[in-house]
Design a protein around this ligand. Sequence first.
Ligand code: HEC
Ligand code: HEC
Ligand code: HEC
Ligand code: HEC
Length: 523
Amino acid sequence: MNRRLCTLAAAAAMLGAVLLSACNDVKTELKTPVYKTSIKEDETRMSPFKSQFPDEYASYQKNNESEIMTVYKGSVPYHKNDNVNPLPAGYKYAQPYLKNLWLGYPFSFEYNEARGHTRAVEDFVNIDRINRYGADGKALMPTTCWNCKTPKMLTWHKEYGDKLWSMDANAFRGKDKIDAVDETINCANCHNPTNMELRLYSVPLKEWLQRSGQDWNKISRNEKRSLVCAQCHSEYYFTHKDNGPAAKPVFPWDDGKDPEDMYKYYMTHGAKDASGKSGPFVDFAHAVSKTPIIKMQHPDYEMFVDGPHGAAGVACADCHMQYQRVDGKKVSSHWMTAPLKDAEMRACRQCHADKTADFLRERVIYTQKKTFDQLLKAQEVSVRAHEAVRLAAEATDKAADYDALLKQAREMVRKGQLFWDYVSAENSVGFHNPAKSLETLMKSAEASQAAIDLACQAANYSIAPALVGDITKIVPPILNHSRKLMQSPEHLASHPWLKYLKPFPPAPQVWDGQNKLTSDAAK
Ligand code: HEC
Ligand code: HEC
Ligand code: HEC
Ligand code: HEC
């Protein structure tokens, strides 16, 4: 961090010590304050912390706020992949093709804008990604999905060991298993309840530190103020059963944290072939282009870590947990939300004290607009690439090396979509790392365009005329789609891409949030 900023920061009000912690070149002995609580180490509920830490507890409850939206983000949990259900007033920035790009995967059923941590369990048990229909009440998704929703994972992992991961997610949905309010993401996810030191609960991050030779006890306070967030705000995948405990979450960081590194990593770590070698990892086969796709999940930490702030030693907590004074005491705000929700942009002005709130807000929106515009373009080329492969796969006019060309085309669709999703699923719309965001989108479009070229070549260019022009005419956006609609043959006949899906057998709803509907109703 530059000296001017440090000086400025130190001068900024009475926050000296606080801000120095953000200055990498300042060696500080400061540690997270240590307390002696009467709370048990394996506590997973939030309520026992209330009386001992009323200020942090009170600010944490503000995470319930879910009505304020900012230009691109905020806490209104609208359907991100659905222009049909009424979007919140003023909302302008939907990507229209999310359901198309994830067709054949539960993300195509429902995908919402994130809101605060206190809502995590509630939102989890109500989303249409986790099956609620028939199937003997099974989620058809592993328990791993709970990993970032509750510290109860600690208890459950102790009870079941690594068998836990591949157990059915719905086995833990009932009210007897988890309290949606008291056991949602809370203090125990980041703190040791006995003394409130920062600690990790998350298996994939703990294992990453071990794999990369790092010791939590030797990591600086400042890094910990980001790593506690990286427990969940990171890309992950579920271990294929050929490579270890089935469905165990792992961070794909062994080759690095950039999209190119992850793309390389995912070339292996999938199912093993006859010779015992791991093939490419796959989250799902796209219903239309039959491309083996990787779904990226919120690589917030990976995007941030070498951005302008990450590289300068600024931590997630500096912007998302700014210090406040409560009755003269210095407290970290535990309202972990969009800094733009604060008209005064106080989080930023702890350091950028020489700038106005308006200036800082406009700088954020400037980056977000440039990123979002390119995101839409990369998304469009991705859709066109799937369509090109679909047409080539059905073409009768075939080049001599048709099979090889089509295989390469699918590889480029996979790469283009991974790069697009790295930015799409990341939560800051470019702000955490403007240069990496734009580069990644450029590479996405490049790969998707290569896929189109290869598919055209495979079909001796017979398909080229069908790929020219307005994308909304070639492939209309799929705006309405859900698990319930998957039971409807009329719905599946309503769009050229939906025709590739096999209908789900008719089945009644079995789960409503945490309530299991009566077995009579379920029959
Ligand atoms: C320099 C300040 C800064 C740092 C450091 C920072 N963020 Fe952000 N973050 C922002 C801004 C600004 C936004 C955009 C908010 C908006 O558009 O309303 C944002 C957005 C987000 C969002 C989406 C918020 C929403 O409304 O849905 C998440 C989640 C997030 N950041 C997590 C993280 C994590 C995790 C880290 C560390 C790995 C981090 N941030 C580091 C400033 C920061
Ligand atoms: C997502 C992670 C996370 C969660 C959840 C969380 N904290 Fe924190 N907490 C932090 C971080 C990061 C700090 C700052 C530590 C530092 O500066 O070294 C902190 C600091 C604190 C401190 C030290 C004093 C202060 O305010 O800086 C206390 C006490 C505390 N938290 C209590 C709680 C309580 C009580 C809860 C639950 C209601 C909670 N925390 C939930 C991450 C978290
Ligand atoms: C245990 C997993 C977990 C940890 C640890 C965690 N988060 Fe989150 N975070 C989530 C989930 C899940 C959501 C979305 C919840 C929802 O939409 O119901 C979320 C949402 C958010 C949002 C969006 C809030 C809004 O109002 O839109 C921000 C910002 C955020 N987290 C920042 C952080 C920061 C900063 C840290 C570290 C101090 C952190 N998170 C640690 C899982 C986690
Ligand atoms: C803990 C201190 C700190 C906080 C908090 C902080 N910044 Fe920064 N900011 C920095 C540092 C350090 C740099 C890197 C530039 C440098 O080294 O002079 C930087 C750089 C920037 C830049 C230029 C980055 C670029 O792309 O070239 C912008 C814009 C910016 N910050 C906006 C914000 C906004 C908006 C917030 C609040 C959401 C914020 N900052 C919060 C310390 C901080």
